[in-house]
Write a protein that binds this ligand. Structure first.
Ligand SMILES: Cc1cc2nc3c(=O)[nH]c(=O)nc-3n(C[C@H](O)[C@H](O)[C@H](O)COP(=O)(O)O)c2cc1C
Length: 314
């Protein structure tokens, strides 16, 4: 017999499937409450060119640091390489998450400028080895997703049978040193507290993110972004943002609030898994159009002109 749930007092019946701990839900709601004013007089068609780490890209919308997709069981398909090819064709920054060295090399060979994000393995030698491998393969930057330390049981997580471990400040300094002249990015920063440590460690960039909801009740990354830009206005670190960036309008809001570039994550998944490279290209083209539309209507002609004063919170 189906178990009956107590519906709660009148007026307090929970929305179906609502999970208040789900940071993705709060993020979506927050982004949707950000509105923009119009500054159309003197506005011209915008230029989306992004300059990053000494290279030039066609848009501030980047590919996500995905992983494991070649194992999802679509016979003969390699989504990790397919989205790299989309990045190459569109001249976008490509990011890659937890992949073994051979797989990383094969993705990097697709020719896109690629950033390798390495898990915070308990075995620090493995992290240093993977940093060196990425450098040998011409990575645009390297980094560690510092927000993937704990699992759902509150213990250090284990992924694919590999133990993860804590990231101490000294570790971060060591990774930055190992990266040398290749920029090092800490992925998974959601506070001024961590951003300041990343700056002191010498990170070239931080990815403001909660990794699609790793942290229950995590604040929306754009809130953390706003605080970081307020408290650290002079920071030289590049500020990247992801989580629920599904449209060019979402991208615009993060960029206007101070992000240098954003990643679309699960937003590319349906197109990627159905049509491969072409599905990703279609999605990013649509997002570029929306971003350009919103920049045009707010009188922002290029990324250097982004201005948080066009944004209002409902
Ligand atoms: C299938 C999948 C695999 C991912 N693997 C990694 C990873 O290995 N390393 C990492 O830093 N983030 C990983 N992520 C997180 C993404 O890089 C990104 O932070 C997250 O999806 C948030 O963006 P979204 O809400 O647009 O999906 C993964 C996400 C997905 C959906």
């Amino acid at each position: 017999m189906e178990e009956k749930k107590w519906p709660g007092p009148k007026g307090m019946i929970p929305e179906p499937d609502r999970n208040a701990a789900d940071a993705n839900m709060h993020n979506r709601r927050y982004l949707d409450q950000l509105l923009v004013e119009m500054r159309v007089i003197d506005a011209v068609e915008p230029d989306l060119t992004l300059h990053l780490f000494g290279k030039t890209f066609s848009s501030p919308i980047m590919m996500p640091a995905f992983s494991h997709l070649n194992k999802v069981g679509i016979t003969g398909r390699t989504p990790m390489q397919e989205y790299a090819l989309a990045a190459k064709e569109m001249n976008l920054v490509n990011w890659v998450g937890m992949e073994p060295d051979e797989e990383y090399a094969s993705i990097a060979e697709q020719g896109a400028e690629t950033v390798r994000i390495i898990k915070p393995f308990k075995d620090h030698e493995e992290i240093l080895k993977q940093i060196a491998f990425a450098k040998e393969h011409g990575a645009l930057a390297v980094g560690v997703d510092i927000d993937h330390v704990f699992g759902k049981n509150g213990k250090y997580d284990v992924v694919d049978g590999i133990e993860l471990g804590p990231v101490m400040f000294e570790d971060l300094c060591e990774y930055v040193r190992a990266a040398g002249d290749t920029p090092f990015v800490a992925k998974g920063v959601l506070s001024v507290f961590d951003a300041e440590k990343c700056e002191r460690a010498g990170c070239a960039g931080i990815f403001i993110s909660h990794h699609h909801g790793r942290l229950p009740f995590g604040i929306p990354p754009v809130i953390a972004l706003r605080e970081i830009t307020e408290v650290m206005p002079e920071t030289k670190m590049k500020l990247f943002v992801d989580c629920s960036i599904e449209s060019g309008y979402d991208a615009f809001k993060a960029l206007a609030l101070g992000a240098d570039a954003v990643s679309v994550g699960r937003g590319i998944l349906p197109g990627l898994l159905k049509e491969g490279k072409d599905g990703v290209i279609a999605k990013v083209k649509k997002m570029n159009g929306e971003l350009s539309e919103m920049m045009g209507y707010t009188g922002i002609s290029d990324l250097d002109e982004m201005d948080p004063s066009v944004i209002y919170k409902l």
